[in-house]
Ligand binder design. Structure first.
Ligand code: ASP
Length: 346
């Protein structure tokens, strides 16, 4: 039985639609004072939990998120870690998967729930999805079994499902079920009760201390393949000053064009120590560069497999590992390991 009085959850409001209001003049949405969220959801007090709230000032549209913001957020969780049983991060949906991925790497040894959520409609609107998302996220952040947190991971709760954060992608700009996790099963489903998918939740075997990493290095690039891609474009990205790694968004199981100019440019980059990470443009499935000749050519010039990583997690993983000072072969080697369940290794 949960001791409600002694259960404490910290709600961190970063911004996003959940706390936005419509400007009567322009009709556009922009963030408002967080205090109004508590006014809008009086149901929260019925939990009987010890709920505290902190708001980022000013709250932002998550399209403005930066790696610096992730560092501040990770630090905030770290500073409050011992005081709370769980954390709810209210965040815009646009970049929520990037933030969840980054936090999953930055919060090493996490042993408590960090649940990100937001909404498609502002919380003050009659048909808002924000209330249910917030209430369920708080319930999950507080949930314990035998004194242990039910989901000690960085997760995203949206509509009626809880996902491992670094496996998610925002796939719908209009529907209430805005997120998907195509390569990893959901961790819980909220119906009449919240049903947990225990075999897929990560529980550390030994008790670890939380270690917050705040150094991120954003010197990465992205090359998304498309039929007709021009050498000038690829060359200009690869020659970007300070560039240390590139997410190469390929076709299908990690295939690319095999034209000599392209392989020459990519090969030159890897020889110069720029790490090229192969991430498929497909939403589900994995990179397998041994499957087709057009994948093998990439492997042969030193392109690294991203396996079934999402684009969002690939970006965050590169920034995180580069923030630790890893470069070239060392970086390539660490990319093939799972840090916090972001890739499936067979
Ligand atoms: N543009 C908003 C944001 O990401 C959308 C949302 O909150 O859903 O902050």
């Amino acid at each position: 039985m949960m001791d409600k009085i002694n259960t404490s959850v910290l709600i961190i409001y970063t911004g996003g639609t959940i706390g936005m209001k419509q400007n009567p003049q322009t009709g556009a949405l922009s963030p408002f004072n967080f205090q109004q969220i508590e006014d809008e959801v009086p149901e929260l007090s019925k939990f009987g939990f010890n709920l505290h709230t902190i708001s980022f000032e000013p709250p932002i549209d998550s399209s403005d998120i930066t790696p610096d913001f992730w560092s501040k957020l990770a630090l905030l969780i770290g500073e409050n870690y011992d005081r709370y049983d769980g954390f709810v991060v209210l965040h815009g949906t646009d970049t929520m998967s990037f933030t969840a991925s980054a936090l999953s790497f930055m919060l090493e040894g996490l042993g408590k729930p960090v649940v990100l959520t937001g909404s498609q409609l502002p919380i003050g609107m009659l048909r808002t999805d924000g209330k249910e998302n917030l209430i369920s996220a708080v319930e999950i952040a507080a949930a314990q079994k035998n004194g242990q947190p039910m989901v000690p991971e960085v997760t995203i709760f949206f509509e009626n499902r809880l996902y491992r954060g670094n496996r998610t992608t925002k796939h719908n700009a209009e529907h209430f079920n805005a997120f998907r996790s195509d390569n990893y099963p959901y961790l819980a489903e909220a119906g009449i009760t919240i049903k947990y998918n225990f075999p897929f939740i990560h529980y550390a075997t030994d008790s670890q201390e939380l270690r917050v990493h705040t150094e991120l290095n954003p010197n990465i690039g992205v090359i998304k393949l498309f039929p007709g891609i021009q050498p000038e474009l690829v060359r200009s990205i690869i020659n970007t000053k300070g560039l240390q790694a590139v997410v190469l968004e390929t076709y299908g199981s990690g295939n690319s064009l095999s034209q000599p100019w392209f392989l020459e440019l990519v090969g030159q980059a890897t020889r110069n120590g720029i790490v090229m990470l192969n991430v498929t443009q497909c939403k589900a499935g994995s990179v397998d560069m041994d499957k087709y000749e057009n994948g093998l050519v990439l492997k042969n010039i030193g392109v690294v497999s991203g396996f079934d990583i999402t684009f969002e997690a690939a970006v965050a993983k590169l920034m995180f590992l580069m923030g630790k000072g890893l470069r070239g072969d060392n970086l390539a080697c660490e990319l093939t390991k799972s840090i916090s369940g972001e890739i499936t290794l067979h």
